[in-house]
Design a protein around this ligand. Structure first.
Ligand code: F6P
Length: 370
């Protein structure tokens, strides 16, 4: 019988529990013994293992966060620390590891099961499951948690829009996403925002300020009062603090129209922060977590390693990058190293997808402001 350990690591994401549940149930049905590791790689180093059975995962589908807990563990970048982790895994006779998390967590996954580092030690296989509200991982259309985060942002912005409309105000709403503007871009469309600011655009501070000011001026010329509120969604990765942006924008608006009413120059800032990461997972995130984890655990039991279960529309990938999963036609099993290389391209704006997103968004924005 195989012994498989599951961990959730990095920023938690709604839907991680669905993945833990599916991996546990499908793994046990496949004849494996399943253990959970609490608090990610940190918990591994602290030997925090728990047995996982059907009663442990009953009812967790609907819970946000992760029942296993999560942590960031910078020390895991060090080989000696990973050696300690491997010793602990070997002591628990673990054959395979499911890592549910984002960029940093999957980097840890590659290294912990690296045959060169393992040497003559106990063999270990690893499969990743992409989970990050930022949607900043390469070679997967979506990560677990993105859909719920988007819904949370939309709900918050709808509320902000009510009060913004009542007072004819401008709001800058800052959303999480680390260096990736995906959440800002997509939620701006879903909210009907007037502008989205995202790091991939690569704009300098003065251009960002001008862009916001131009948007406010254009929106305020709309004939209907109800259409004159301004909602701007700013990704946290845009290198200007929301409060500083507000100050610079207000000063410029004041200079342009010294006699304007206060509402037309008084910008308000709402930073949604960690609110975006919490909450009950949407139906889609429950489905995504379940399906990706199903593919991950089955692939692990079938002897695969150093791969990530990925969610993609029907596309074709070069054979050396990945193969469509035989367990689910919407899922792929992609090479973990290729994932991390593409993630870097995505974050730095070099990938064709990042360039497409930024370009497509410029066009959408022009149309919205007409
Ligand atoms: O990666 C997920 C994320 O929520 C980012 O959007 C954000 O920048 C970061 O984590 C916040 O991390 P922490 O909760 O450790 O402050």
């Amino acid at each position: 019988m195989k012994r498989i350990a599951i961990l959730t690591s990095g920023g938690d994401a709604p839907g991680m529990n669905a993945a833990v549940r599916a991996a546990t149930l499908v793994g046990r049905a496949g004849g494996a013994e399943i253990l959970g590791i609490e608090r990610g790689y940190r918990g591994l180093l602290e030997d925090a293992f728990v047995e996982l059975g059907p009663s442990d995962v009953a009812g967790i589908l609907r819970e946000g966060g992760t029942i296993l807990g999560s942590a960031r563990c910078k020390e895991f970048h060090e080989r000696t620390v990973r050696d300690r982790g491997r010793e602990i895994l070997a002591r628990h006779a673990i054959d395979g590891l499911i890592v549910i998390g984002g960029n940093g967590s999957l980097t840890g996954a590659i290294h912990i099961a690296d045959p060169n580092e393992i040497g003559s030690g106990r063999p270990l296989t690893v499969i990743g499951v992409p989970a990050s509200i930022d949607n900043d991982l390469g070679l997967t259309g979506l990560c677990i948690g993105v859909d719920t985060a988007m819904n949370t942002i939309v709900e918050a912005c709808d509320k902000i829009a009510d009060t913004a409309t009542a007072h004819d105000r401008t709001f800058i709403v800052e959303v999480m996403g680390r260096d990736c503007g995906y959440l800002a871009m997509t939620s701006a469309i879903a909210v009907g925002a007037d502008l989205a600011l995202f790091p991939e655009a690569g704009k300098k501070e003065s251009d960002i300020v001008d862009q916001v000011v131009d948007t406010v001026v254009a929106v305020r010329k709309r004939p209907s009062r109800r259409g004159r509120r301004v909602i701007i969604i700013k990704a946290e990765g845009v290198q200007i603090q929301a409060d500083r942006l507000k100050t610079l924008v207000d000063a410029k608006l004041k200079a342009r129209a010294p006699d304007a009413e206060p509402a037309s120059i008084e910008t308000r800032v709402t930073v949604l922060g960690h609110v975006v990461r919490g909450g009950r997972p949407s139906a889609f995130d429950r489905l995504l977590g379940s399906r990706l984890a199903n593919v991950a655990i089955r692939s692990l039991l079938a002897g695969e390693t150093h791969k990530m279960a990925a969610w993609m529309p029907p596309v074709e990938l070069p054979e050396e990058v990945g193969q469509r999963s035989k367990f689910d036609p919407y899922c792929w099993l992609v090479d973990l190293k290729a994932v991390l290389a593409e993630t870097e391209n995505l974050i730095s704006g070099r990938s064709s997808l990042a360039r497409w997103r930024a370009g497509a968004f410029d066009e959408i924005e022009d149309a919205l402001l007409l």
